[in-house]
Design a protein around this ligand. Sequence first.
Ligand code: ADP
Ligand code: ZN
Length: 728
Amino acid sequence: MLEHFDEGALVSVLTAQPLDRRLDYKAPEGGCLTGAFVEVPLGPRKVLGVVWGPGEGGYDLSRVRSVIRVLDAVPMRDEMRQFLERAGDYTLTPMSAMLRLATRSPGLGDPPSMRSVYRRGQGEPDRWTDARRRVVEVLDSYGGLSFTLGELAEMAGVSTSVVKGLVKQGVVREEESPRDTPYPRLDPGAPRRDLTPEQAAASDALREGIESGEYGTTLLKGVTGSGKTEVYLEAVAACLASGRQALVLLPEIALTAEFLSRVEARFGARPAEWHSGVTMTERRRAWRMVGEGGAQLVVGARSALFLPFRELGLIVVDEEHDTSYKQEDGVLYNARDMAVLRASITGAQVVLASATPSLESWANAEAGKYRRLTLSARFGAAVMPELASIDMRAEELPSNRWISDALAGAVREAVGAGEQALLFLNRRGYAPITLCRACGHQIGCEHCDARMVEHRFLKRLVCHQCGESRPVPTECPACGAEDRLAPVGPGVERMAEEVAELFPDARVAVLSSDLFGSARALKAEIEGIAAGAADIIIGTQIVAKGHNFPLLTLVGVIDADLGLQGSDLRAAERTFQLMRQVSGRAGRAERPGRALLQTYQPEHPVIRAILSGDEEDFWRAEAEERRRAGVPPFGRMAGIVLSSPDVQEVFDLGKALADRCEPLRRIGAQVYGPAPAPIARIRGRHRVRLLVKAEKGAPLQPALAAWVGQFKLSANLRLSIDVDPQSF
Ligand code: ADP
Ligand code: ZN
C-alpha cells in the first residue's frame, strides 16, 4: 500500500548520494506518495530521491527543507523497495548504491531536464573551447541521437552550463522529449503443439507454476540443443497470457540477437532490450515502459533485475551457471540469487536453465528447495557429441606446436567433409608470457601483479588486469639484451598461426572478445560463421556460450587442464561446466559431432567425469567434497579484499581485522588470512584478502558489518566485502 503524505508532512527521502542515512523533507504542494520519485535540495544542489516513508522528526522542524517537486514517474512499488532493502542487506551494500542500481535510467538521473532532449543544431560556436568541442563531438559521433542534459554533459565530461551555452548559439538544439511509445504487443497465442512429450511435460509443469501466481524456482536442466529455450518460451507465453510481465536474463549481449528473432517468431513482435549495447534513449523508454506496463517482456543483462516491473510473473535465468551473472565491481551481487530473492518477494516464478547447473542450484534441487525438470535428449536427429581425450604425454610435439596429430587429423576430416571445426583455448592474445632468453626476465605490468600478454594483431603487450598496453619492446627491460625476447605458450592468436601452417587452404576465424570493437561487430562475425563463412574457428570462452553453429561437427580443446591448476575450490566445477559447454557446440543439427580434449592428465577425476558424461556422479562427488570442507553451498563464505597503494597499510589492517574478530567468533565463524589476494596488485593498489567461513544458518551479514565496523579506514584504503565469492 502506498501511503499519501499531505503537503508539509515530514517524509524520509532516500537519495543516491553516498550518505549513510536518509534525510527528512517536507512534502511539497499537492503532497506525495511513498515511493514517489522526487527532486530534493541537498546543499546547493538538486538531487533525485525516493520517498521511503514518514520522516523521523525529533529536531528543529523549521529548518527542514521541502521537496522541490514530484517527478513524472510511476512511484516505486513497495515490493521493489523491499527488494532493494533485502538485496542491500544481503550484499552489505548501502541503500544509496542500491538506489543507483534501480534508477540507472538516464531519464531519472536527470530530473531537471526530463522534458527536454538535446541534439546537434546548426553551425559552429562563436569560439571553440575544448569543452565545447567535446560536446559537439559526442553529438556528431552519435549521429542524430538526442540526449538529456545530464547525459550529454556526462558523456562529454563538461558541466551542463557548457551545453546550455551552446543551446543559446543554436549549435545544440533543445527539444521537447517525445512521449515514450509502448512496445508492440506480444501475442502469446495458444501453447505450442509440436513439443516432444518430454518438452511438453516440462512446459506444462512451468505453466502450472505460472498459473498458481505464487513464488517457485525450477531448475530446467537439459543438454545443449534439448529445447530448453523452446520450453521456457512456453512459460513466458503463459506469463504474458496471465497479463503479467516476464524477464529473460542472458549471460552475454552477443546472444540477444538470436534470442530476439526467436521471440519474434513465437510472439510476433520484439520485446524490450536492456543491456549496455542499447542506446540511452531506448533504455529510458524501456525503464519507463516496464514501470507503466507498456513492456510485457524484457530481455537483458543482469542489471535488468532492477527495473521497476509493474507486475512481474516470471524470471528466466538462461545459462544460470555462467560466472558473468556475478557482478564483480560496485555492488557485488549474483543475478541468479537476486532473481530468486526478487521473485520470492513478488510472488513470481524463476526458471534457471542450464546444461551444466551450478553446484548451488543442483544442491538446492537435491534438497527439494527448487523443482527439477530434465530434458534428457537433444531435439530431433541431433545426438550428443562423442567425447574422447588425447593423451598429450604420448604425443611428441615439437616446441611451439600445440595441435596433436590426432586432433589435426580430425580437423582435416571435418573440413574435408565441408563441416566446421572449433579449436578452443581459453587464452586471449598471442602468448601469455614474454620471456627474455638472456636473463630469464618475464615482462610484467608496472601497476599490477600480472604478466603483460602479447597481442600480435595490436602489436602490443597488454595487461589483462588494468588494460594498460605498450609496444612490444625489442630489448629486454631488465638486462637490455637485444632481440632476445621470446613469446612463451599459446594464445588464440598464436593458434591461428599454427592452423594457417597446418591448413593453408582453410578459412580461419578467430573469436576472442578483444578482437571486436563492438557487440555489433562480434554479432556479425558470429552470424557469418553460423552461415558457413569459416572452416576452422579458434575461440576463447565466448564461443562456449549458447551460439548455434549448424555446420560445426568437431570441437578440439587445446588444453583441457588449463582450468584445473590453482587452489580454487571451484576449479573442478568450472572446468567441468566449460568443457561440457564447449563440447556441446558440436553436432547441433543433423550432423553428429565429436569433441576431443587434449590433456596431460587423462586420469584426473574431473577429466574422467567430463568424458564419461555422468554428471550426477560428478556433482555428487563435488558436493561431498564441499560438504566436507564446509564451503558453499553447504556453508557460508565471504571474501574481504583490502587495497591501498601502501603495502604496509593493507597488511596492518588485515592483521588487525584478523585479531579483532570477536563479532565473527560469536556466530561461530572462522577467519582465514590475511593473505595476498589472488592478484596481489592491480592498478598500483596492493591487495590483501581475508576469507570468512560460517555455518549455513549463521547470521553472517550482521556479524560482518559489526566486525568491519570496528575500524575506521584511512582515505587510501578500500575495503570490499563479497558475500558468496566466486573463488575461495
Ligand atoms: P537449448 O536451449 O536446450 O539449447 P533450443 O531450445 O535452442 O535448445 O533447441 C535447439 C534447436 O532445436 C533449436 O533450433 C530449436 O528451434 C529446435 N527445437 C527444439 N525443440 C523443438 C520442437 N519441439 N520443434 C521444433 N524445433 C525444436
Ligand atoms: Zn596492469
